[in-house]
Design a protein around this ligand. Structure first.
Ligand SMILES: Cc1cc2nc3c(=O)[nH]c(=O)nc-3n(C[C@H](O)[C@H](O)[C@H](O)COP(=O)(O)OP(=O)(O)OC[C@H]3O[C@@H](n4cnc5c(N)ncnc54)[C@H](O)[C@@H]3O)c2cc1C
Length: 307
């Protein structure tokens, strides 16, 4: 049962029309927290201290922010931090010049359950109020976050084909979704991880993707809509010698946009118990890929998850 301080009302909604709005997906004790018999510190707004604010991929507009929970002096050590893969958290900040607190959702790409730490990748939006605030954050400053918000629950008991499709920085929240399958050697789900980005410069967490590629049940492909290639062809792939020089060992890439035909070509041939598709990106991307996935895999809506 939710405690009064954990309940949500209209003032908890950021108003950006999130697919998984906090009003429909109230933060609630997760299965892991219940099993551990511990309190999840983030169920109502909790204080997190920033440990670092680092530029990512050499791009000043991309920041990796690392936070740790700040316990109150009299607090017992009976808590954990649980943000399940595919869930996001809400940041609430009181900014000068804003009458009401500003709310923005962010999707952690790494969480430490016991140390109560998490990390997010933020793409700063020019002129955006939360972006300006985050860009200037100094280590040790304290922020308020609440969550977890979302509805995706991974089922490791019946092996499926899982297509995880991400746009740009939204690759970040898909990393824990992949890791939870690969970290469990009894999990027989097969993953196709498809990244849609401008070009190779905009592929984030490339080293992590190469680590994933060592597992039998993981394959990825990069869709590089604006990658330049010396061969002159419009849609070359990793077999092109020019593109090959830019790729790392085990990387697969196509110089085109992902569509239903490309998706169908990614179909996993192993005999699995059905398929699901998880889509991370802005709402236009989610809508468009959802339609392409329905055509390519003949799926119904309940097998498609929008983060
Ligand atoms: C469920 C969810 C999870 C999210 N997770 C992350 C995350 O992990 N990392 C992250 O960086 N952002 C994430 N976002 C977006 C984030 O919540 C903010 O919208 C973003 O940081 C901009 O906030 P702002 O106040 O600076 O600018 P805003 O005032 O919100 O926007 C400033 C300008 O940028 C445009 N803009 C805002 N967001 C985008 C976008 N994604 N793409 C293109 N233009 C945009 C707006 O239309 C506006 O013109 C997430 C959004 C949702 C719905």
């Amino acid at each position: 049962m939710l405690m009064p301080e954990n309940e949500v009302d209209e003032t908890d909604c950021c108003g950006n029309g999130c697919t998984n709005c906090i009003l429909d997906n109230q933060p609630k004790p997760s299965q892991q927290a219940l099993v551990a018999g511990k309190r999840n510190v983030i169920l109502s707004y909790a204080r997190f201290k920033m440990l670092s604010n680092e530029v990512h991929n050499g791009d000043d507009q991309l920041r990796l922010l690392h936070f740790v929970y700040v316990a109150s002096d009299d607090e017992e050590n009976d808590s954990i931090l649980d943000i399940p893969p595919g869930h996001h958290v809400m940041l609430r900040a009181e900014l000068a010049g804003h009458a009401a607190p500003l709310l923005r959702p962010y999707s952690p790409y790494w969480t430490d359950f016991v140390a109560k730490e998490f990390k997010i990748l933020v793409k700063l939006q020019p002129g955006g109020p939360m972006s300006d605030y985050l860009a200037a954050l100094e280590p040790l400053q304290v922020l308020n976050f609440r969550g977890p918000i979302g509805n995706y629950v991974h089922d490791s008991s019946s092996p499926k084909s899982i297509y995880i499709i991400a746009q740009g920085v939204a690759i970040a929240p898909t990393l824990p979704l992949v890791a939870q399958v690969l970290d469990n050697e009894d999990d027989m789900n097969c993953i196709r991880h498809l990244m849609c980005v401008k070009d190779l410069q905009h592929v984030y967490f490339r080293d992590r993707l190469l680590e994933f590629a060592q597992y039998w049940n993981y394959h990825s492909c990069l869709y590089l809509a604006h990658q330049k290639c010396g061969c002159g062809a419009a849609n070359c792939d990793e077999l092109c010698v020019h593109l090959k020089k830019e790729l790392r060992y085990n990387e697969r890439a196509r110089r085109l946009r992902l569509d239903a035909m490309q998706l169908a070509a990614q179909k996993i041939s192993r005999n699995q118990n059905g398929s699901i598709v998880i889509i991370a990106g802005n709402s236009t991307f989610q809508r468009s890929i959802r339609e392409q996935a329905i055509i390519a895999f003949k799926l119904s809506d309940e097998n498609i998850y929008l983060l």
